[in-house]
Design a protein around this ligand. Structure first.
Ligand code: TRP
Length: 326
């Protein structure tokens, strides 16, 4: 069975874009692959975080994964910072990554262009991500398109390391879902819906209450044509609502378009809002059961123990090959 590994940064509260593009896909994969799902909390401190909020969000996110249908019996679930080998291996990989290669990461270029004071961690973070992946010999890494370049870097590092020191790491592939992987901001549908976006009106969070979900969808930016069809370039707002609807309903875009063909925009929004609300109510009910339960700690302890043991073996092999230690 191939091994799949993915993580969602706790840098903001989880959104329906994370659910549709990330968690829902992972849930589908859990029967096909041996799945590892973790909270990359160390990645989130590459930018400024409030420590109390971050700390609470880590547990919240785990509970949301579970509430969204990630089955702890089929997935290994853990928190990155609870396994010291991630950062240790990352250092060794940094020493096997070229500065020029790391400098080509477009996400770093975008993020660092936004302010003057960015951390060195923001620059080296794709190498920590490579470590997350290579430490467990993951075959497949499901991510959004924005992370594809980082997975390619992990591949390049693995290939280089294997060549230099002998076969050590599995060379990973990214897995990018075809449908519904990109949910756009409701206020600016040419921009990705982001958990860290400033305008919260364009983002639906998994823990949003019913009335704000309805308000956000009813005031989603569309166009003035008042005709419903799918065309991302000409009709980004309507196409986004169709994508949200079809992925939650598990139907094709064509079927969604067909369903709405005689609707006006107001009716379309009303029905999309209801489908989202029903889904979120279900997720929130389950979330409320998990958040105060010790089951979460049992799941995380089991994950922590398992990955520490696996990582220790890999790390010992690596340092021996590199010539470190006694
Ligand atoms: N960088 C990813 C993101 O921002 C999160 C992440 C960190 C990740 N390590 C990973 C994803 C390893 C997949 C595999 O979305």
């Amino acid at each position: 069975m191939k091994r799949l590994l993915t993580g969602l940064q706790p840098s903001g509260d989880l959104t329906i874009a994370n659910y549709i593009g990330g968690i829902k896909m992972t849930q589908k994969y859990q029967d096909e692959y041996e799945s590892f799902i973790f909270v990359p909390d160390m990645h989130s401190i590459t930018v400024e975080q409030d420590s109390k909020t971050l700390h609470e969000r880590i547990r919240k996110n785990v509970c949301l994964y579970l509430a969204c249908g990630i089955d702890p019996n089929k997935n290994t679930i853990y928190i990155q910072s609870e396994n010291l080998y991630h950062a240790n291996l990352s250092w060794i990989l940094e020493c096997n990554t070229y500065f020029g290669e790391a400098s080509r990461m477009t996400q770093f270029k975008d993020k660092s262009a936004k302010g003057k004071n960015f951390s060195v961690g923001l620059f080296t973070y794709p190498i920590l991500m490579a470590s997350d992946i290579l430490l467990y010999d993951a075959d497949l890494v499901p991510t959004g398109i924005d992370q594809k370049q980082h997975v390619e870097l992990a591949r390049d590092i693995a290939i280089r390391f294997n060549k230099k020191y002998g076969d050590t790491f599995t060379v990973p592939d990214s897995l990018i879902p075809k449908v519904g992987y990109k949910i756009m901001d409701l206020q600016d549908p040419t921009k990705k819906m982001s958990k860290s976006s400033e305008n919260k009106k364009g983002t639906i969070f998994l823990l949003d209450d019913t009335s704000s979900v309805r308000k956000k969808i009813m005031s989603a930016v569309t166009d003035s044509e008042n005709k419903i069809y799918y065309d991302v370039d000409k009709k980004p707002g309507i196409s986004n609502l169709l994508t949200i609807y079809s992925s939650i309903k598990d139907i094709s875009i064509d079927n969604a378009v067909n369903h709405f063909k005689d609707y006006n925009y107001g009716e379309l929004k009303k029905e999309v809002a209801q489908v989202v609300i029903d889904k979120l109510t279900d997720i929130q009910n389950k979330y409320n059961e998990y958040i105060n339960s010790s089951i979460v700690d049992e799941i995380l302890d089991a994950g922590k123990n398992k990955v520490n043991e696996m990582a220790k073996k890999k790390y010992e092999d690596v340092i021996k090959k590199v010539g470190l230690g006694r």
